[in-house]
Design a protein around this ligand. Structure first.
Ligand SMILES: Nc1ncnc2c1ncn2[C@@H]1O[C@H](COP(=O)(O)OP(=O)(O)O)[C@@H](O)[C@H]1O
Ligand SMILES: [Mg+2]
Length: 269
């Protein structure tokens, strides 16, 4: 067990204006596992990742990484967010961006260079090391962000809807890239997404979250063979079945008309 989330609860603010984002979340992650966390928009996924990574304290409950309670970002953890354009430094070259977080850990410049170049090669960007982020497409910028996250060989990679801002074609390429990188770097991955297809395609297990304030609705095993392929895997009856299962779990409650909204709108809208 590399990560253990127990009875996690998180409120923003206090008193009358307190907003409960996470009601009660518990799950654990095995070493080397690819765990997807899927839930509707606004259910509390980003809040959960902030608590997992020690960026924010939970209101109650706990997160443990390798048996230690998380109170600040653990050294063995790296993060990739959706907004790649805000996470890269525009004035630094691609290589500079990837080397930057290594400064604390690696004293020798040559060592940093090797680690950065290895990471850039792993994401297929060895030819773009001297370019600047703004010279690259969105998908390539997200590859740089991934290279930066994996350059110091984290044991755990947390990703918050990392492919939500790229076009469908690029998204497919990045999904396959992250599976490959996970294999070659041997990491545990916690991957948050609202995309059901993506979750089932990537995961060993899927944690299905309910609507806000969120709870774990179900933890689903995904026993599909690896390596996975965008066409053949998605044609498997088991894939279609799992996808439908997650879809119903998430959307089931949403099919009913929202009575409050109807009352507010009135009969003529
Ligand atoms: N800093 C904050 N202060 C107050 N409420 C917040 C804050 N961040 C998020 N929320 C609220 O918490 C809930 C969960 O948000 P979030 O974790 O961003 O959801 P998701 O990532 O699943 O879309 C939402 O209702 C959101 O409005
Ligand atoms: Mg979010």
């Amino acid at each position: 067990m590399i990560v253990e989330v127990s009875g996690l609860r998180k409120s923003y603010g206090a008193g009358e204006t307190a907003h409960l984002a996470i009601a009660d979340v518990s799950f654990s992650v095995e070493q080397g596992e690819f765990l997807c966390i899927v839930g509707p928009s606004g259910c509390g996924k980003t809040t959960l990742l902030r608590c997992l990574s020690g960026l924010m304290p939970p209101t109650s409950g706990s997160v443990e990484v390798q048996g230690r309670v998380v109170r600040q970002p653990p050294e063995e953890m790296a993060l990739v967010f959706q907004e790649y354009n805000r996470s890269l430094f525009p004035w630094m070259s691609v290589r500079g961006n990837v080397e930057f977080p290594l400064k604390k850990k690696m004293r020798s410049k040559a060592e940093r260079r090797t680690a950065a170049d290895d990471a850039l090669t792993a994401v297929g960007l060895s030819g773009a090391a001297d370019k600047y982020p703004w010279q690259l497409s969105g998908g390539m910028q997200q590859r740089v962000a991934i290279a930066r996250a994996i350059s110091y060989r984290p044991e755990i990679l947390l990703m918050d809807e990392p492919f939500a801002s790229v076009d469908a074609q690029t998204r497919i390429e990045l999904e396959d890239l992250i599976l490959k990188v996970r294999d070659s770097f041997g990491m545990t991955v916690l991957f948050v997404t609202h995309d059901i297809d993506e979750a089932v395609y990537l995961a060993d297990r899927v944690v299905i979250l309910s609507r806000s304030p969120t709870r774990v609705q179900e933890v689903l095993g995904v026993p599909l063979p690896r390596p996975r392929h965008q066409t053949t895997t998605k044609e498997l009856p088991e894939y279609v079945h799992l996808r439908g299962h997650v879809f119903r779990a998430i959307m089931g409650g949403d099919q009913r008309p929202d009575e409050n909204a109807q009352l507010r709108r009135g009969p003529h809208d």
